[in-house]
Design a binder for this molecule. Structure first.
Ligand SMILES: Nc1ncnc2[nH]cnc12
Ligand SMILES: [Zn+2]
Length: 339
């Protein structure tokens, strides 16, 4: 049997995506299409001008452009089309399961009803499951630069759609917005039956990861890069096998790391942390799932065995039921053996 290249191996391996903001999949072409049909002015003349503007020195510089981009999303059809375009992309990348974020406040704060947003996304996800065979979970993320009252209002708005939403998350500007700011909202979310996750340790200190674990009772940490600064924290994450949803190209583009060769994923794997590879905001950071896997595999010279373990981690860290997890892990291992 001819052995496949590492790129071919990555392209074909079954995998799950656990850290993806649907608003971060807004490709410039789609931005212009939505702007045109909704009669909205975009700050750029054309696609290449948009791409040129996507140069960031930190998280905040990215967020400013990302929230401006989301202004073109108005109708249920826009949210449907955005989600559908993402599903088509990941289907081609052998992604079998997705657990994705949406940020309701980005839209409700500009007068778009909560129901418009969730109806469009939910409809596309249902069609994706039915027609493309991609299973999914939806995570409603609170914007941490806004106040607790706004998060509580968003939680209230979500309750009629509880059956469509598995978890709540926490994203946006991390520095000076610690998880503790949202402890009461997260407690109430747990009472309502939601699982919890939070972005922590992307730019913020390791103490924010402790807070996410102890105060927000999170099931996974999104990013978590800076956990390595605290040995006691690493021990806790390893012992409880708390998943970290790592986003290599996002880290590079937002200058969380200066070079992928120095990415902490290598020492995370060595320490037996439960790490997964994800795309975060692929339209802004230059790559979906496979591009992220390929970039990190090339930079760190990962073996097919290590890539297989990362793909299996994505299943282990997901909220699929145990039977489905076993089935998919066997599918991934069989792929490895036949490669
Ligand atoms: N990488 C990221 N960190 C925090 N908030 C975000 N919202 C979208 N992408 C994000
Ligand atoms: Zn993110």
């Amino acid at each position: 049997m001819e052995t496949s290249s590492i790129e071919q191996f990555i392209e074909g391996i079954p995998k799950a995506e656990l850290h993806l903001h649907i608003e971060g999949t807004l490709e410039p072409e789609l931005m212009f299409a939505f702007a045109k049909r909704n009669n909205i002015k975009v700050n750029y003349e054309n696609v290449s001008e948009v791409k040129k503007a996507y140069q960031f020195n930190n998280l905040q510089e990215f967020l400013d452009i990302y929230y401006a981009g989301a202004n073109v999303l108005i109708t249920e059809q826009d949210f449907y089309d955005l989600t559908w375009a993402y599903l088509i992309k990941v289907k081609k990348q052998n992604v079998l399961h997705i657990e994705i974020f949406f940020d309701p406040q980005t839209h409700t704060d500009r007068g778009i009803p909560f129901e418009t947003v969730i109806n469009g996304i939910h409809k596309a996800l249902e069609h994706g499951e039915e027609k493309l065979g991609i299973s999914y979970r939806l995570i409603m993320s609170f914007l941490r630069h806004l106040d607790e009252a706004s998060a509580f209002k968003t939680l209230e708005q979500s309750l009629p759609y509880k059956d469509w939403i598995t978890a709540v998350g926490l994203d946006s500007s991390e520095l000076n917005n610690p998880p503790s700011k949202f402890q009461r909202v997260f407690n109430k979310s747990i009472e309502e039956g939601y699982i919890t996750v939070a972005h922590a340790g992307e730019e913020g200190p390791a103490s924010y990861i402790w807070e996410a674990l102890d105060l927000l009772k999170v099931d996974r940490i999104d990013h978590g890069n800076r956990c390595l600064e605290d040995e006691k924290l690493v021990k806790r994450l390893v012992k409880n096998q708390v998943p970290l949803t790592i986003c290599p190209l996002s880290n590079l583009e937002l200058k969380v790391v200066t070079n992928l060769k120095d990415h902490p994923i290598a020492s995370m794997l060595a320490k037996n942390l439960l790490v997964t590879v994800n795309s975060d905001d692929p339209a802004y950071f230059g790559g979906y799932m496979n591009e992220n896997y390929i970039a990190i595999a090339r930079a760190l010279d990962l073996s097919k065995r290590q890539i297989t373990d990362l793909a299996k981690n994505s299943i282990k860290a997901s909220w699929l039921d145990d039977t489905q997890k076993e089935k998919l892990k066997i599918q991934i291992e069989t792929y490895f053996k036949n490669s």
